[in-house]
Each structure stands twice: as C-alpha cells, then as structure tokens.
Design a protein around this ligand. Structure first.
Ligand SMILES: Nc1ncnc2c1ncn2[C@@H]1O[C@H](COP(=O)(O)OP(=O)(O)O)[C@@H](O)[C@H]1O
Ligand SMILES: [Mg+2]
Length: 372
C-alpha cells in the first residue's frame, strides 16, 4: 500500500502545487487521480517515486517512509509511463523495452527474450520489435511504453496521462487492454488523467483533485457519479458527462486563435523570442512537439526539456475533441492542427464550453437530460 500523509509541495517561486494531501492507495488496485490541468496530479505522482521531493509531509510504501530509501532503488521498483512515450529514438523497440532489465544486470539475451514476450503481452506483433519508435503509431508507442514499464516486473506502476495524446478510438482500445492486463497482473497502479470518463472506466477508486492539489473527493467511481461531494466535483463530473453525447456534434464555430511558436532547433538560442506565458515548440515541418513555459524558459534547451502537450484538435473534429485538447494542454490552450498535423493555432476551453452550452440549449434541456 502507498500512503500519502499530509503531503505538500511548494515549488521555488512560491506556487503550492499540492496542499496537505492525504491518501491511502490500495495494493493491487487501480487508483486514478483526476482533475483539471495544473491541479497537481503529476506533482503528486512524482512524489511517489521521488522525482519530486515533498516540501512537507511523507510518503510511505508498505509502511516505510520512502525518504529513507535510495531514490534509484525506489524508482526501479516502480514502472513509469508518461504521456509522451519517452522512448529512446535511436534504439529499437526491443532494446527500449530491455533497458531497465539490462540496468538490473539481466544478460542481454534474456532481457531481449523477455522484451519479445512483453511485446505480445501488450498486443504488438513481434516484428515491430526491430523498428525504431518513430516508425510506430502513437498508440503503438504508448503500448511499448507500457511494456517497458512492466519489463522489470515492478509491483507498482505509475501512469501519467499515458493515453491522453492518442485518438479516442485507440484510447478506448488501450483502456480495455490495461484492464485485461491488470486482471492477471494485479499491480498497484496509480493512474493520472484529466478525463473523468477515463477515470471512472479504469479506477477501482478515484481521487478528484482541485487546483492546488486539494482533494475534493476520494471514492469508488459509482459513488462519485451518484453522490458528488461538492459543487466542484458535481461540475467536473457533470460537465464531462454532459459533453459525452456531444461526441457526434461537429466542432463548427470553434474559434482558432493565433499562437506563438518556436522551432525546436532554436530552443538553445537565448535570443529566440518567448514572449507568451506559454510558447509552443514545433519541428521543422510545423508539427507540435511540446510547450515552453515562459517562467522556465532558461531550463528548456532541447526537445527533451519540453513540457508535454495534450491531445490535438483538427478542424471538423467534434466539440468533445476540441474541449479535450484545451483541457489536456498544460497551457490551457488546445493545439489546432491541419490535416498534415501542422499547427494552425489554438482553441480555448471557455469558448468551447460556450458552444457546448449553446448546443444544449438549442437541443432543449429535457432532451439533454435524458441523453445523459
Ligand atoms: N518544475 C516546476 N516548477 C515550478 N512550477 C511547477 C513545476 N512543475 C509544475 N509546476 C506548477 O505546479 C502546478 C501543478 O502542476 P502539475 O503537477 O504538473 O499539474 P497537473 O499534472 O495536474 O497538470 C502547476 O501550476 C504547474 O505550473
Ligand atoms: Mg500532469
């Protein structure tokens, strides 16, 4: 079991990302942390494997304070899956999966054999093992990310928005696959998402967080849907349930705003302008790579330093996709792209919610309520 005991994290500069959070995370179950972007989900998760040290409070794993354990040992007992698959681009898929077992001293041949088995476990064809990450689809890369996290057979799996950047159909497949895997593995899984649907599908228990890492409710999905503990939870649950059926509603009328971009190659150049609070880094083809927060500009020198982005919005996509893009972006600005995946601008959650509200009203409230 993982216990968070009054954990607080204040980053240099004074912002409290997580405020006095206490949470018991059950062994062998999936616990989901859900909440809007910026509410402290990633910070909370990273305090569990000591990628982030709490300012006060303690984290216990099986009764032992993790502050007393060596961070590297601790991390090896926990698989970590991120939103951007985090795979090493110059290594084959098989070598990527075999990395941690190799670090743990497993001979090369055994590590590769195990890696091929894991490919199958996560539903990938064996011949994909010889490819490089860039030669896989986004969904396939996320599966490789899961396989890599499982390679050392850790008892704990930390998953930070692992499925947020893939399209909804693939996302659903990945969710089903994770539930199927978990039936056999029974790992202790901490799963972060901004999507209440995903939270209620996957979670044995769901922790709803509000901005500042304040715990708004911690209960089973059924309980949260049936009896939200506050207006905030009701709003969060209701809003998403409200737009579930809008999946079919085309996102016409979504305003595309201009957006400041910077080429990834110029990140190391201190003269390259970053004048917005959030600037989007793009590759030479204009495709989105991640975000540069202005207040951390000097620390971001190459693609690996970027803050990962959220899902993308293509013109003609549904309102749901548009809202998802805006809610999943760390900047609060959803990235809009054209058919070739090139950035055309940004979309804003507030405006999309207004369109959703308009659609509700024009459809009639009674009709809307029965649809939910
Ligand atoms: N390394 C950092 N330095 C300063 N502030 C940070 C850092 N990481 C996160 N934050 C801030 O802490 C808050 C919570 O961030 P985060 O835990 O990433 O939220 P979430 O994962 O829910 O989107 C945000 O306001 C974010 O800007
Ligand atoms: Mg996060």
């Amino acid at each position: 079991m993982i216990e968070l005991r009054g954990v607080t994290k204040t980053y240099p500069g004074g912002q409290t990302a997580v405020n006095n959070l206490s949470l018991d995370i059950d062994r062998g179950a999936i616990t989901v942390l859900v909440g809007p972007s910026g509410c402290g989900k990633t910070t909370t998760m990273r305090m569990i494997n000591r990628m982030v040290e709490p300012t006060s409070g303690a984290v216990l794993v099986d009764g032992e304070d993790i502050a007393d354990r060596k961070a590297s040992d601790l991390r090896r007992s926990m698989g970590y899956v991120m939103q951007s698959s985090g795979l090493m681009p110059h290594r084959t898929v098989l070598d990527n999966i075999a990395t941690v077992p190799r670090l743990n001293g497993v001979p090369r041949k055994d590590a590769r054999t195990r890696a091929s088995e894991l490919l199958e476990v996560v539903g990938l064809a064996p011949d994909l093992g010889r490819r490089y990450p860039a030669q896989l689809s986004g969904g396939q890369q996320q599966r490789v990310g899961v396989a890599r996290a499982l390679a050392a057979d850790p008892p704990i799996l930390l998953m930070d928005e692992p499925f947020s950047a893939v399209d909804p159909v693939v996302r659903q497949e990945l969710q089903e696959e994770l539930l199927r895997l978990q039936r056999d593995m029974a790992k202790t899984i901490v799963f972060v998402t901004h999507d209440i649907d995903e939270a209620t599908i996957l979670g044995d228990k769901v922790a709803v967080l509000n901005i500042g890492g304040v715990l708004a409710q911690y209960a089973t999905p059924e309980e949260i849907l049936r009896a939200p503990a506050s207006d905030f939870v009701a709003g969060f649950v209701g809003r998403d349930r409200g737009f579930r059926h809008l999946s079919f509603q085309e996102g016409e009328g979504v305003r595309i705003h201009s957006i400041q971009t910077i080429e990834v190659d110029r990140l190391g150049d201190p003269d390259a302008a970053v004048t917005s609070p959030w600037t989007l880094a793009v590759d030479a083809g204009g495709r989105p790579q991640g975000w540069v927060p202005q207040n951390r500009r000097s620390a971001i020198r190459s693609a690996g330093d970027l803050v990962p982005g959220g899902s993308l919005y293509r013109r003609g996509d549904t309102l749901r996709r548009a809202l998802d893009a805006a809610l999943s972006a760390p900047s609060g600005l959803g990235v809009a792209v054209d058919d070739e995946g090139r950035v055309v601008g940004s979309v804003r959650a507030g405006e999309i919610l207004e369109l959703i509200e308009d659609a509700r009203v024009s459809r009639g409230r009674a009709n809307y309520n029965t649809a939910v």
